[in-house]
Design a protein around this ligand. Sequence first.
Ligand SMILES: [Fe+2]
Length: 341
Amino acid sequence: MWSLSEHTAVVPPPNLSESRTNILVADGDDHYRQLYSDLLQSEGFETFCAKDVDQALTVLRQGHIDLALVDGTMPKTNGMTICRELRSNPETRLIPILLFSSRKSTHGYEMKIEMGADADAFLVRPKSGTELITQVNALLERKHLSDDVETIEKLLLTLAQVVEAKNPYTAGHGHRVSRTALSLAVHIGLSSEDQELVRRGALLHDIGKVGIPDDILLKLGVLEGDERAIVKSHPLLGERICAPIDSFRPLLQIIRNHHERLDGSGYPDGLRGSQIPILTRIVSVADVFDALTTRRQYRDSFSRTQAIQQIRREAERGWWDLDVLHALEESMAKPPARHAM
Ligand SMILES: [Fe+2]
């Protein structure tokens, strides 16, 4: 058993030294809970202690926690309940979790396997204060980076919404496409990771329109040849905008290729059949469905039934995936989902 006096102070990363960072210390062992709390406070962190799952959940619901240090074997169910609670709530899903087992047996490793998807790091009861603080700082540094990426994503989404809102006929397009595409992905049975890519990719699919001049983007009437080519450059512009951000890499295919058609008549690459991944096919159909079911200056909106009939005609012509169309028909037969995006 180690003590605070044996601990050599670890210098925190520079971006953590400016402001207080709140850490939940959830540990059923009174000695270790106090030891960890004292240690973290000596490093400049604010700590909130919990001796069981109920107390931990109360702390999490009350305040802003930046990191959770959780004993996976604590009383009242166990600490893994805390991990699941954190990950299932959109407000707390990005909080780093440092999970540890207070038992030295193989139980700790079983727990690590079970919680692999939820915990960010795992320790069998930390052997020294230095080990614990090093892990805490590494997780917090990673969180700062992911916070930055999340901020960039929000900024881009806002930018996309601003462009949509310039035209009353396209306002809210990204969110509607995202909702429809997500329901198709769920209906088709894609993994939760792919569902999330579809949701995010659909939100950002038209981000490239920020680079299209307003006089072309908002033009009433028929576009001239050059103007049409400029509008059709938006998938490539969108890809270029998002490419520098690592976490957007899995979305680039959707952004670049959402106007492709299975028969090769789409743009910008003229991809055919299996060259177009299922995530992109889903967003394409959701995109067309939204375009048809919203009013344009030159026509009224289609009803859902009319839109599906139109997409079926286009699918039979070789443009869209029939399985995705089938999922659209089935998902539209259900009452609209009420969840907010
Ligand atoms: Fe588009």
